[in-house]
Design a protein around this ligand. Structure first.
Ligand SMILES: [Zn+2]
Length: 237
Protein backbone atom coordinates (compact mmCIF):
# COMPACT_ATOMS: atom_id res chain seq x y z
CA UNK A 1 0.00 0.00 0.00
CA UNK A 2 1.35 3.43 -0.92
CA UNK A 3 2.19 5.91 1.82
CA UNK A 4 -0.61 8.22 0.70
CA UNK A 5 -3.14 5.39 0.95
CA UNK A 6 -1.85 4.54 4.39
CA UNK A 7 -2.07 8.18 5.39
CA UNK A 8 -5.69 8.25 4.27
CA UNK A 9 -6.36 5.32 6.59
CA UNK A 10 -4.33 6.91 9.36
CA UNK A 11 -6.38 10.09 8.97
CA UNK A 12 -9.50 8.04 9.58
CA UNK A 13 -7.83 6.58 12.66
CA UNK A 14 -7.20 10.11 13.90
CA UNK A 15 -10.85 11.02 13.33
CA UNK A 16 -11.77 8.03 15.50
CA UNK A 17 -9.17 9.01 18.08
CA UNK A 18 -10.58 12.52 18.28
CA UNK A 19 -14.05 11.10 18.85
CA UNK A 20 -12.69 8.68 21.45
CA UNK A 21 -10.93 11.51 23.27
CA UNK A 22 -14.01 13.66 23.29
CA UNK A 23 -16.14 10.82 24.66
CA UNK A 24 -13.52 10.07 27.31
CA UNK A 25 -13.52 13.72 28.32
CA UNK A 26 -17.31 13.70 28.44
CA UNK A 27 -17.16 10.60 30.63
CA UNK A 28 -14.75 12.26 33.03
CA UNK A 29 -16.71 15.49 33.23
CA UNK A 30 -20.11 13.90 33.73
CA UNK A 31 -22.16 15.56 36.43
CA UNK A 32 -22.22 12.92 39.13
CA UNK A 33 -23.96 15.15 41.64
CA UNK A 34 -20.89 16.42 43.48
CA UNK A 35 -22.18 19.95 43.73
CA UNK A 36 -25.63 18.80 44.83
CA UNK A 37 -24.07 16.54 47.42
CA UNK A 38 -22.10 19.45 48.83
CA UNK A 39 -25.25 21.58 48.97
CA UNK A 40 -27.16 18.79 50.74
CA UNK A 41 -24.34 18.38 53.22
CA UNK A 42 -24.18 22.06 54.15
CA UNK A 43 -27.96 22.38 54.26
CA UNK A 44 -28.17 19.32 56.53
CA UNK A 45 -25.64 20.97 58.83
CA UNK A 46 -27.75 24.12 58.83
CA UNK A 47 -30.91 22.13 59.55
CA UNK A 48 -29.26 20.32 62.47
CA UNK A 49 -27.92 23.58 63.82
CA UNK A 50 -31.34 25.22 63.70
CA UNK A 51 -32.99 22.18 65.31
CA UNK A 52 -30.44 22.27 68.12
CA UNK A 53 -31.09 25.96 68.51
CA UNK A 54 -34.83 25.32 68.82
CA UNK A 55 -34.20 22.74 71.53
CA UNK A 56 -31.91 25.00 73.52
CA UNK A 57 -34.26 27.99 73.17
CA UNK A 58 -37.17 25.84 74.36
CA UNK A 59 -35.16 24.88 77.43
CA UNK A 60 -34.31 28.51 78.16
CA UNK A 61 -37.92 29.48 77.66
CA UNK A 62 -39.06 26.90 80.17
CA UNK A 63 -36.46 28.07 82.68
CA UNK A 64 -37.51 31.70 82.30
CA UNK A 65 -41.16 30.80 82.62
CA UNK A 66 -40.45 28.90 85.82
CA UNK A 67 -38.51 31.82 87.12
CA UNK A 68 -41.35 34.13 86.23
CA UNK A 69 -43.94 32.03 88.01
CA UNK A 70 -41.80 31.83 91.12
CA UNK A 71 -41.47 35.63 91.06
CA UNK A 72 -45.22 35.92 90.72
CA UNK A 73 -45.64 33.60 93.64
CA UNK A 74 -43.30 35.73 95.73
CA UNK A 75 -45.10 38.89 94.74
CA UNK A 76 -48.45 37.40 95.62
CA UNK A 77 -47.22 36.43 99.06
CA UNK A 78 -45.71 39.83 99.64
CA UNK A 79 -48.92 41.53 98.61
CA UNK A 80 -50.96 39.34 100.88
CA UNK A 81 -48.72 40.14 103.78
CA UNK A 82 -48.81 43.80 102.91
CA UNK A 83 -52.57 44.01 102.93
CA UNK A 84 -53.34 41.64 105.73
CA UNK A 85 -50.89 41.36 108.44
CA UNK A 86 -48.19 43.96 108.54
CA UNK A 87 -47.61 45.73 111.78
CA UNK A 88 -44.88 48.28 111.32
CA UNK A 89 -44.18 51.00 108.79
CA UNK A 90 -40.71 49.53 108.42
CA UNK A 91 -42.26 46.26 107.31
CA UNK A 92 -44.57 48.10 104.91
CA UNK A 93 -41.59 49.87 103.36
CA UNK A 94 -39.61 46.68 103.07
CA UNK A 95 -42.45 44.83 101.40
CA UNK A 96 -43.22 47.69 99.06
CA UNK A 97 -39.61 47.84 98.06
CA UNK A 98 -39.47 44.13 97.46
CA UNK A 99 -42.61 44.19 95.35
CA UNK A 100 -41.09 47.00 93.32
CA UNK A 101 -37.94 44.99 92.84
CA UNK A 102 -39.93 41.90 91.84
CA UNK A 103 -41.86 43.96 89.31
CA UNK A 104 -38.61 45.12 87.72
CA UNK A 105 -37.27 41.58 87.57
CA UNK A 106 -40.56 40.35 86.15
CA UNK A 107 -40.49 42.96 83.46
CA UNK A 108 -36.91 42.00 82.50
CA UNK A 109 -37.89 38.34 82.37
CA UNK A 110 -40.96 39.05 80.28
CA UNK A 111 -38.81 40.89 77.79
CA UNK A 112 -36.44 37.95 77.60
CA UNK A 113 -39.34 35.52 77.17
CA UNK A 114 -40.80 37.63 74.41
CA UNK A 115 -37.46 37.78 72.67
CA UNK A 116 -37.00 34.00 72.85
CA UNK A 117 -40.53 33.42 71.60
CA UNK A 118 -39.86 35.62 68.60
CA UNK A 119 -36.64 33.75 67.82
CA UNK A 120 -38.46 30.44 68.24
CA UNK A 121 -41.24 31.59 65.93
CA UNK A 122 -38.82 32.42 63.16
CA UNK A 123 -36.81 29.21 63.73
CA UNK A 124 -39.97 27.13 63.60
CA UNK A 125 -40.92 28.86 60.40
CA UNK A 126 -37.45 28.40 58.91
CA UNK A 127 -36.76 24.72 59.61
CA UNK A 128 -39.64 23.20 57.61
CA UNK A 129 -38.52 25.27 54.63
CA UNK A 130 -34.98 23.93 54.95
CA UNK A 131 -36.38 20.43 55.25
CA UNK A 132 -38.44 20.91 52.10
CA UNK A 133 -35.43 22.26 50.22
CA UNK A 134 -33.38 19.29 51.37
CA UNK A 135 -36.03 16.94 50.06
CA UNK A 136 -36.06 18.72 46.71
CA UNK A 137 -32.26 18.55 46.53
CA UNK A 138 -32.32 14.83 47.29
CA UNK A 139 -34.82 14.29 44.49
CA UNK A 140 -32.61 16.29 42.12
CA UNK A 141 -29.55 14.29 43.19
CA UNK A 142 -31.37 11.07 42.47
CA UNK A 143 -32.29 12.35 39.01
CA UNK A 144 -28.74 13.51 38.32
CA UNK A 145 -27.34 10.13 39.37
CA UNK A 146 -29.82 8.26 37.19
CA UNK A 147 -28.99 10.49 34.24
CA UNK A 148 -25.27 10.07 34.86
CA UNK A 149 -25.64 6.31 34.96
CA UNK A 150 -27.56 6.30 31.69
CA UNK A 151 -25.02 8.62 30.03
CA UNK A 152 -22.14 6.53 31.36
CA UNK A 153 -23.60 3.46 29.73
CA UNK A 154 -24.16 5.32 26.47
CA UNK A 155 -20.63 6.69 26.45
CA UNK A 156 -19.05 3.35 27.32
CA UNK A 157 -21.06 1.71 24.54
CA UNK A 158 -19.94 4.43 22.11
CA UNK A 159 -16.33 4.03 23.17
CA UNK A 160 -16.50 0.30 22.67
CA UNK A 161 -17.81 0.78 19.11
CA UNK A 162 -15.20 3.38 18.28
CA UNK A 163 -12.37 1.28 19.65
CA UNK A 164 -13.55 -1.73 17.66
CA UNK A 165 -13.62 0.41 14.51
CA UNK A 166 -10.15 1.68 15.32
CA UNK A 167 -8.79 -1.83 15.73
CA UNK A 168 -10.19 -2.70 12.32
CA UNK A 169 -8.71 0.43 10.72
CA UNK A 170 -5.18 0.04 12.05
CA UNK A 171 -4.87 -3.38 10.45
CA UNK A 172 -4.14 -1.63 7.14
CA UNK A 173 -1.51 0.66 8.55
CA UNK A 174 2.18 -0.10 8.71
CA UNK A 175 3.15 -0.65 12.34
CA UNK A 176 6.11 1.76 12.13
CA UNK A 177 3.88 4.52 10.79
CA UNK A 178 1.33 3.78 13.48
CA UNK A 179 3.84 3.92 16.30
CA UNK A 180 5.23 7.16 14.91
CA UNK A 181 1.73 8.60 14.88
CA UNK A 182 1.18 7.38 18.45
CA UNK A 183 4.44 8.90 19.64
CA UNK A 184 3.65 12.26 18.08
CA UNK A 185 0.08 12.44 19.35
CA UNK A 186 1.13 11.70 22.90
CA UNK A 187 2.34 15.25 23.46
CA UNK A 188 0.14 17.07 21.00
CA UNK A 189 -3.40 17.08 22.36
CA UNK A 190 -3.91 13.61 20.97
CA UNK A 191 -3.48 14.65 17.34
CA UNK A 192 -0.53 13.14 15.52
CA UNK A 193 -1.63 14.20 12.06
CA UNK A 194 -2.53 17.48 10.46
CA UNK A 195 -4.33 18.32 7.27
CA UNK A 196 -2.78 20.86 4.95
CA UNK A 197 -5.39 23.52 4.32
CA UNK A 198 -4.66 26.53 2.10
CA UNK A 199 -0.94 25.99 2.44
CA UNK A 200 -1.01 25.87 6.21
CA UNK A 201 -0.68 23.15 8.81
CA UNK A 202 -4.24 23.10 10.11
CA UNK A 203 -3.20 22.05 13.61
CA UNK A 204 -0.52 24.62 14.45
CA UNK A 205 -1.41 27.15 11.75
CA UNK A 206 2.12 27.56 10.43
CA UNK A 207 2.50 28.49 6.78
CA UNK A 208 4.23 25.65 4.94
CA UNK A 209 6.86 26.29 2.29
CA UNK A 210 5.89 25.76 -1.32
CA UNK A 211 8.77 23.31 -1.57
CA UNK A 212 7.26 21.18 1.19
CA UNK A 213 3.81 21.28 -0.37
CA UNK A 214 5.17 20.30 -3.76
CA UNK A 215 7.03 17.46 -2.12
CA UNK A 216 3.83 16.34 -0.47
CA UNK A 217 2.01 16.42 -3.78
CA UNK A 218 4.60 14.62 -5.79
CA UNK A 219 6.59 12.30 -3.62
CA UNK A 220 5.05 9.43 -1.81
CA UNK A 221 6.81 9.84 1.52
CA UNK A 222 6.16 10.73 5.11
CA UNK A 223 6.51 14.46 5.76
CA UNK A 224 6.03 16.18 9.10
CA UNK A 225 5.22 19.78 9.89
CA UNK A 226 8.44 21.69 10.56
CA UNK A 227 6.78 23.56 13.37
CA UNK A 228 4.59 21.12 15.32
CA UNK A 229 6.06 17.86 14.08
CA UNK A 230 2.75 16.32 13.09
CA UNK A 231 2.47 14.04 10.08
CA UNK A 232 1.16 16.16 7.23
CA UNK A 233 -1.76 14.98 5.18
CA UNK A 234 -2.69 16.56 1.88
CA UNK A 235 -6.16 16.00 0.46
CA UNK A 236 -8.03 17.44 -2.46
CA UNK A 237 -10.88 18.54 -0.32
ZN1 LIG B 1 2.04 22.06 12.33
Amino acid sequence: MSISDQLRNLWEVQLLDVEIMSLEEKFQNLDRGEELRRKIESLTDLYNKKSEEIKSKEISLKEFELELSSLEERKKKDEERLYKNVSTQKEVDRLTQEIQYINQEKSKLEDKILEIMEILDSLREETPKIKQELENLRISLKEVLERAKKLEEEILGGLQDLKAKRLEKIKDIDSKLLSKYEAIRKNRRGRGMSKVIEGKCSECGVELSLFLIEKLKQIDELITCEHCGRILFLTDN
